[in-house]
Design a protein around this ligand. Structure first.
Ligand code: HEM
Ligand code: HEM
Length: 178
């Protein structure tokens, strides 16, 4: 078997795969909570579904921090896609990472501007990203909600590509992340 064919059998490492699917679960929960929780107004208290959105949000921020550190120190398995597809895939992944940072950070800044503390596993408080009552932090809530839609479109493209690889091209791209 040639070296290139052997490359085709490699998967992402166990930690990268666990982090990918943990982030998928947390992001899915954040969309459901974000859209089902009560609307947030000036005097809304962070309880119930809103408290869950903040708690899972903090877990997501922690998971993304670990994931980015891991990604910067561990290369993905070599890809045997044609150069153009490989570039498209790399650019999409980069933009996905950017949105996976921007959306949570904007939500976090918005929570800070409301004077809400964001705690990882209910214990480790993250520093406030915006002063309590800050109008900039407040505006970030709107950008957070708008960018969540952009993230959703990116995820749709990404999942569509994964399914295309699996069922149309019938290559091993999906297996790399399973
Ligand atoms: C990828 C992760 C996340 C997604 C997909 C997401 C999604 C959403 C959605 C859909 C809404 C409701 C928007 C609306 O209809 O008005 C929302 C609101 C909100 N989210 Fe997130 N969220 C995420 C992460 C976070 C994090 C990490 C925090 C804070 C730690 C956070 C804090 C908030 C707050 C405070 C609001 C209320 C904003 C406002 O109405 O002013 N979110 N989020
Ligand atoms: C919330 C939803 C999702 C997000 C945010 C997401 C994000 C990402 C990111 C950022 C990467 C790049 C990994 C890296 O190189 O470091 C990736 C890779 C990958 N994801 Fe997802 N993903 C999601 C859902 C899914 C789903 C549902 C599937 C399967 C149907 C999937 C299949 C894959 C595959 C196969 C790869 C590896 C692609 C390759 O080898 O080039 N992802 N994902």
């Amino acid at each position: 078997m040639s070296a290139i064919e052997q490359h085709g059998d490699e998967t992402y490492g166990l930690v990268a795969r666990l982090l990918h699917w943990l982030v998928v679960a947390l992001v899915a929960a954040q969309f459901v909570l974000g859209w089902t929780m009560p609307e947030v107004h000036r005097d809304t208290q962070p309880v119930g579904l809103i408290a869950w959105h903040l708690a899972l949000g903090a877990a997501l921020i922690a998971a993304m921090a670990v994931r980015i550190l891991w990604r910067l120190t561990h290369r993905p398995p070599p890809s045997d896609l044609p150069p153009l597809l490989s570039t498209v895939s790399r650019v999409t992944h980069f933009v996905l990472y950017a949105a996976l940072i921007a959306v949570p950070v904007l939500g976090w800044a918005n929570a800070s501007s409301r004077g809400w503390s964001v705690k990882v596993v209910g214990a480790l408080p993250l520093p406030a990203l915006a002063a309590s009552g800050s109008t900039v932090g407040h505006a970030m809530g709107d950008i957070h909600s708008a960018l969540a839609w952009v993230l959703l479109v990116l995820i749709g493209m990404h999942v569509g590509a994964a399914l295309l690889h699996r069922f149309v091209f019938k290559d091993n791209v999906l297996r790399r992340m399973m």
